[in-house]
Design a protein around this ligand. Structure first.
Ligand code: ZN
Length: 340
């Protein structure tokens, strides 16, 4: 089969589209023909080089496709079924997995990080990771959903426990995870203040339901938040940007507010004045991916049309270098997809 592989770390030029051996599914696995996969920021980090990646390596976390083979010991699936994949790998038998807390499993990994990814034509996978999709979603839409919607759901619902009536600040509402967060926050009837980098993206964020949108390049986020909330601040800040916005995020919180973060796209080094942390009684929460239960939960809303996949554009899998360059140029509103 054809696959994207890296043999060394570096820029987009290290991404090779090449022939690799077909996977050989075991009797307790399914063989999936990949019809669409999606790019995430993780793919860029993996390509540049992060610990735990052994070379050569296939990147990619999100995929949807068709079942071509059902292992002898697998029931409940049939060839031809349209499915998406959970974007993660876990042992499925440890104490944490048994409790449904897969993202705390000692062997937990995002697909395409410490384990091989999905930017290829065929995948052999365990049935627990395979979820049928309705006809209302095409493969591109289906493959655009798993990582970002699961991440945003775990952050807002699992960790921050958002409630109707609260005000939520969603940073970078043009990114995949920001778009998911904005919609989930609206599903829970909160008031959303979003940030985006230009007028076109700001307008798209309004169309997805944001009551207010701040231009994070031209305006100071915390000053605008104070104005928009009658000086109160927000209940929840949805962070994934990191160093560039951290201070503004903290300043935007109301007393006893919650900041939840899943990333550090602009850098990992951030400071906090401990006097503010304790006197204002902030909660600072870390979040990483989510559980299988949460994935099924958020997908129910996607399949019902209550949460909408937003696809920016799609590239042939062979044009993986151009797709990574496009992602790094930050022009997109929504997910960048790949067609094997
Ligand atoms: Zn486990």
């Amino acid at each position: 089969m054809k696959a994207v592989r890296i043999h060394e770390f570096g820029g987009p030029e290290v991404l090779r589209y090449e022939e690799v051996p077909d996977p050989r599914p075991r009797q307790n696995q399914l063989l999936i023909r990949v019809k669409a996969c999606g790019i995430n920021h993780l793919d860029i980090w993996v390509r540049k080089g992060i610990p735990g990646v052994s070379l050569p390596h296939i990147p990619g976390s999100d995929a949807a496709g068709e079942i071509v083979e059902v292992g002898e010991y697998v029931s409940g699936f049939r060839p031809g079924q349209r499915v998406l994949l959970a974007p993660m790998s876990f042992c499925n038998h440890c104490e944490k997995c048994a409790a449904g807390l897969q993202n705390q499993c000692p062997q937990f990994s995002v697909l395409g990080n410490a384990v091989e990814g999905v930017d290829c034509e065929l995948l052999a996978v365990q049935p627990a990771s395979v979820i049928p999709i309705p006809d209302s979603l095409d493969f591109n839409q289906a493959a655009s959903v798993p990582l970002v919607f699961l991440t945003a759901w775990h952050m807002l619902v699992g960790r921050a426990g958002i409630r109707p009536g609260q005000t939520v600040l969603v940073l970078g509402a043009n990114s995949g995870v920001g778009i998911a967060a904005l919609q989930i926050a609206k599903l829970f009837q909160t008031t959303v203040i979003a940030t985006a980098g230009d007028e076109r993206k700001m307008q798209r964020a309004r169309e997805l339901g944001a009551e207010h949108v701040i231009n994070h390049y031209q305006q100071k986020i915390s000053v605008e938040v104070r104005k928009l909330t009658g000086r109160a601040g927000v209940d929840v800040v949805f962070e994934h940007v990191g160093a560039a916005t951290w201070e503004e995020s903290i300043k935007s919180l109301k007393p006893a507010g919650t900041l939840v973060t899943c990333g550090a796209t602009t850098g990992p080094a951030a400071a906090i004045d401990l006097r503010f942390l304790y006197s204002r009684q902030f909660s600072l929460l870390g979040s990483y991916m989510g559980t299988m239960g949460e994935l099924h939960e958020v997908l129910k809303h996607v399949f019902a049309g209550k949460l909408k996949p937003v696809v920016d554009r799609s590239f042939p899998l062979g044009e993986i270098q151009a797709a990574h360059e496009y992602m790094e140029s930050s022009q997109m509103f929504g997910k960048i997809m790949l067609q094997p």
